[in-house]
Each structure stands twice: as C-alpha cells, then as structure tokens.
Ligand binder design. Structure first.
Ligand code: NAP
Length: 243
C-alpha cells in the first residue's frame, strides 16, 4: 500500500494526489473519489450537475456500479466535461465499476475514524493491496440516527483546534492511513472542502486521540448477503490467521 503522497503526482488540473497501486507504471489511484451510489435517487439532470461540479473542482476518480445505475450517465458526463474543456481527455479520469453479486471487492472497505480496521490495514500493507474506503464520513444516516463520525466529540475538538471541518479531519485521517476514499455530496462547496486535505496534517496527539475512539461498524454482514448467498466478502469480516 502506498503512503500518503508517495506518488506525488496529480493530474493536470487536479490537486488530488494519487496512490501508486499495483505494478510500477500502472495507473495511479486519486486519493479522493466521487461515489455515485446516490445517483439512482437523484434526477439524472441533478446528478449531471454534481458530476460536472466534482470534475470542475478537481475530482479525477469516479466510482460507479451497475447497481447504482450510474455507469452510462458518468460516461456521458465525462464526455460532456471533455467537450466543455473541463477535462483534456477521458484518460484523465480513473473510473471504477463493480458487478453486484458476482464479484468480491477486498480492496473497497468501510473505513473511517470510528471503524479503523487496524488489522485489515496491516494485512493489506503487508500484501501490497491498496485499500479504498467507503463511508469515509460514516455514510448517509436517516435523520433520526446519529452519524458517529460527524458527531464524534474527538473529531469535533480536533477540527475546531485546527480550523478544519469534522469531515476534513476524518478524510485526512484516512489519507494518512495510506488509503484512498470515495465520498459524495450533492453540494459543490462540500465537494471542494472534501479535497482540501492535502496541504496540512494531523499531529501525533490528534492521531493518538483518534486511535482511542470507540469502534462502531455501519455495514453488517447481513447487509452484504444477497438472497442467493454471499455476494461480496469484506476482509474485515474474515479473521486473518497466520499460515
Ligand atoms: N460496498 C461498497 O462497495 C460500497 C458501499 C457504500 C458506498 N460505496 C461507494 O462509496 C461512495 C461514498 O458513499 P458514502 O455514503 O459512504 O460517503 P460518505 O462520504 O461517508 O457520506 C456521504 C454523506 O455525507 C454528506 N457529506 C459529504 N461531504 C460532507 C461535508 N463536507 N460535511 C458534511 N456532510 C458531508 C453527504 O450529504 P450531502 O449530499 O447533503 O452533502 C452524504 O450524505 C458511494 O457513493 C459508493 O460509490 C461503496
């Protein structure tokens, strides 16, 4: 797993650094990507606006899936961004997809300061597997439920002392773990805020406080099962044993 900024490369108009994952000379993974799971709940036109805003502020990593219904609109949105001159070419964008119920995604895991996955990160680092985080801000919660990331007193205290937002502290912590992440927002200013995490860092004291946050997982094993059996296995659900 690459360490923060180890590749140092950013695409022409993006300030988002990339992790060098896989064989040398392979494609870099931009540290922050736009998730598109909410595309299916938004009108297509509204989603196009969000996608264009993300590309304009500097996102070059887009996560799609057939189950999100976002693949076609992302393809069209990227082509539109090239026509508008926001992108020089389609090649600038790192696009991922996945096929529900048929694939295992051991490198895409729930990861944030309230679900730190220390054992999994160590395992992946040892095996050279690049990790991408989902729910970096704890994910979307019903209004009646408290999001433990965004409402963490520890993160709030660090954010206030640093003049950053709670979201930025969470995203920066993930970046410092050597993982890239997929976040999403319908708001341009938040999309921008979420990539303004690369020119400052957490202190040792901040990291220590975050390491002591009580752990809480959002996605349970039941939610990754499909009617026909196990559809996708997270390494966090599997005990790593010495051979
Ligand atoms: N198993 C899987 O493979 C899997 C599972 C889940 C997700 N994913 C991927 O990961 C992507 C990310 O989804 P997620 O829900 O996990 O993302 P997240 O970043 O943890 O949460 C997104 C939520 O946070 C809010 N938000 C974003 N920026 C904010 C900020 N600066 N301040 C306050 N609130 C902020 C957004 O609301 P607003 O829109 O109101 O800003 C949105 O409701 C998905 O779209 C999908 O591509 C993959």
């Amino acid at each position: 797993m690459a360490s923060p900024g180890s590749s140092g490369r950013c695409s022409s108009r993006s300030r988002v650094p990339e992790f060098r994952a896989g064989p040398s000379g392979g494609r870099g993974v931009p540290a922050v990507g736009l998730g598109t799971a909410s595309a299916r709940f938004m009108g297509e036109d509204d989603f196009r606006v969000v996608l264009l805003a993300a590309l304009e502020v500097g996102y070059r990593h887009i996560d799609t899936a057939s189950v999100y219904g976002s693949e076609r609109v992302v393809g069209e949105g990227v082509a539109d961004a090239v026509r508008r001159g926001v992108l020089k070419s389609r090649e600038e964008v790192f696009v991922t997809t996945k096929v529900w119920c048929t694939q295992c995604h051991p490198d895409l895991v729930e990861l944030n300061p309230v679900w730190q996955q220390k054992k999994l990160l160590e395992f992946c680092k040892e095996k050279g597997i690049h990790v991408t985080a989902y729910h970096p801000l704890g994910g979307k919660y019903k209004t009646s439920t408290v999001n433990p990331v965004m409402n963490s007193d520890v993160l709030k205290e660090i954010a206030e002392a640093k003049g950053k937002s709670v979201a930025q502290i969470s995203l920066r912590w993930i970046y410092e773990q050597g993982a890239s992440m997929l976040t999403t927002s319908t708001k341009r200013e938040r999309l921008k805020e979420n990539i303004e995490i690369f020119d400052w860092q957490l202190s040792d004291d901040d990291r220590l406080k975050i390491s002591q946050i009580p752990q809480h997982k959002k996605v349970s094993v039941l939610s990754i099962l499909c009617p026909d059996g196990v559809s996708s296995v997270e390494l966090s659900e599997v005990d790593v044993v010495e051979a």
